[in-house]
Design a protein around this ligand. Structure first.
Ligand code: UDP
Ligand code: MG
Length: 311
């Protein structure tokens, strides 16, 4: 079986990387004799990324491009790539070559053996600054708990069979989290380990703040635990109040002086704090529901270049 492999490459302000990525990935796949197409998704870049993609696709018939009307984020770029892919299997790889293209041949071989989801796992996280490494570690600790799968070394570097891709495309949710959804859908899964390479050009698009926002978003799309936390908090508040009331009562019976103001202030703080936290969590989820219910498209395509291969 030698089916067409579509390689989806999300690209945001990657002008220095387009030719390099097309060449490096193309070289690996050609030398392994794998039939392929490369699909660059220009995620609203403000530099000349789109011109580079068009230039490469004009000279190389295996290269196609999809251009977003603005920046919609990497998750949307992956979704657009999956929807555009014509292949019997689809791989997703970063444009900055931090995911080693050589591994694509290994993933493809596993797909030929009948695996339907081939996950790229990081065996090392590459070079990261202290704050970035801390933010990333906290994020993965939280998300692993929420998803119930150890995600510490998960990545977006994956190869999926057409069946898995069709399931992902069918999902209506807007705030999809590709990295976890590819585990959630099940199927026969294999893992390929890779070392994260240093970025070849340009810089990372993730700030610590963006990562925290991303973490909250992804946790809420996979878990309702924070909402149940509100109920637990209420129960805790009530118990604390009961104990407090009991202590006051015992003190009063024993004849000790209890300042009513102290007790009241403490109780109010306790209850008020609990309610406010609860409201915050509920509001956060309400916001997510509102976003989903608006059912806006996850991305808007403004242009495309290159031809879809005939299969
Ligand atoms: N990316 C994207 N849209 C964005 C941010 C990033 O398509 O809004 C792409 C980016 O071009 C790269 C990949 O996602 O191909 C990974 O991004 P980056 O290297 O900045 O992330 P990091 O490797 O630092 O996690
Ligand atoms: Mg990167």
């Amino acid at each position: 079986m030698s089916g067409l492999l579509s390689v989806v490459i999300p690209s945001y302000n990657e002008e220095a990387m387009i030719e390099k990525a097309a060449y490096a990935i193309g070289w690996v796949l050609q030398s392994s004799g794998i039939p392929y197409e490369l699909i660059f998704i220009n995620d609203g870049s403000t530099d000349s990324t789109w011109d580079r993609i068009c230039a490469v696709s004009a000279t190389d018939p295996t290269v196609r491009g999809v251009c977003f009307s603005r920046n919609f984020g990497k998750e949307s770029a992956i979704a657009a790539g999956l929807a555009a892919a014509a292949g019997d299997c689809v791989a997703v790889i970063d444009c900055d070559l931090q995911h080693p293209p050589e591994k694509l041949a290994e993933m493809y071989a596993l797909w030929q053996q009948g695996y339907e989801v081939i996950e790229g796992q990081k065996s090392s996280r590459g070079r990261e600054s202290g704050a970035h490494a801390f933010a990333a570690r906290s994020f993965y600790a939280l998300i692993s708990k929420a998803v119930g799968i150890d995600m510490a070394n998960a990545s977006d570097f994956k190869l999926l069979d057409r069946k898995a891709v069709d399931e992902l495309i069918r999902m209506p949710e807007r705030g999809a989290f590709f990295r976890a959804l590819s585990s959630w859908i099940g199927f026969r899964t294999a893992t390929v380990y890779f070392d994260v390479q240093a970025r070849q050009a340009g810089e990372s698009k993730w700030s610590t703040r963006a990562l925290i926002r991303y973490a909250l978003h992804d946790i809420s799309s996979f878990s309702n635990a924070p909402m149940q936390f509100v109920t637990i908090l209420c129960a805790l508040c009530l118990t604390a109040c009961g104990i407090w009331a009991l202590i006051c009562l015992i003190c009063w019976i024993a004849g000790a002086y209890v300042s009513a103001a102290t007790g009241l202030a403490l109780l109010m703080l306790l209850i008020g704090g609990g309610i406010l936290i609860g409201l915050g969590v509920l509001g956060f989820y309400l916001g997510r529901i509102y976003d989903e219910i608006k059912a806006r498209p996850r991305y808007i395509v403004s242009r495309t270049c290159g031809d879809t291969p005939n299969k």
